[in-house]
Each structure stands twice: as structure tokens, then as C-alpha cells.
Design a binder for this molecule. Sequence first.
Ligand code: UDP
Length: 137
Amino acid sequence: MERTLSIIKPDAVRKNVIGEIISRFEKNGLKIAAMKKIWMTKQEAKGFYIVHKDKPFYDSLTDFMSEGPIVVMVLEGENAIAKNREIMGATNPANAAPGTIRKDFAENIERNAVHGSDSPETAAFEIKYFFSELEIF
Ligand code: UDP
């Protein structure tokens, strides 16, 4: 069993597709081990994406991630990290495979509907960023 952090980003929350996205995780055998809706400050978004602090898109990305509410979840299952990445699709929706969340809901490479941890190390950091052990079941 593995855990990963998933975020439904502000663009997808505004589109009212929270349920459709969560249903794709469940249909693919991932369990929602924790979930909440929050609205990050710019500072909180900067802390979450600290690995990208030197990238040209850091400022714009953290503006976007703090522009409205998001849904943060811990997904649990076998190979949860890779499985979630597969269900999400490529970062740029133009390259995302048919049937993936980003193909169906993303607007562009920045406003791309969902986030998913990309390794066990980032999953551990990202889950801790939003949840205490007492909130994960
Ligand atoms: N991003 C962006 N421009 C880029 C690359 C990424 O705005 O050229 C944003 C996008 O929202 C992406 C996030 O930064 O989801 C994190 O980038 P990463 O390369 O880690 O992609 P992901 O792991 O989310 O697919």
C-alpha cells in the first residue's frame, strides 16, 4: 500500500467537476484516505511548490494555486503514486492521453486541473504539508 497527495486545482473546482475527478480515482481502485477543501494563501502555495522556486513559472503558478479554493486528498492503494499520475495524464494537456483527467478538464500547461506527487519522497513532504496522521484513515 502506498499513499500519494492529490490536489484538485482552482480551475477544476470552479468548473464544478470535483465529483467527476474523485470518481476516476475510485474507479481505478484508489481510496480517499483523507480529504478537505481549503484556500491557500500565496505564501502557502509558495511553500508547497518550493522545489520549483527557481523556475520561470513559479510566481504565476503560485498566484494560480492561491486564486481560489482547492480540494486536497490523500489517495491510498497499490502503486498509488504511479497510478494517480497515469489517471492524471501529462502536465501539458496537449500531450495528455485520451481519457485522462488533464485531457478532459485542463485548460493549459499551468491551469491543468490536478496535482499528484511524483515520488515517495515528495508524497511524504506533500501529505505532511496538509494533513496530520490523525486525519488520515
Ligand atoms: N507548470 C507551468 N508551466 C510549466 C510547467 C509546469 O505552469 O512549464 C505548472 C503546472 O501547473 C504543473 C506544475 O507547474 O502542474 C508543477 O510542474 P511539474 O513539472 O511538477 O508538473 P506535474 O508534476 O504537476 O505534472
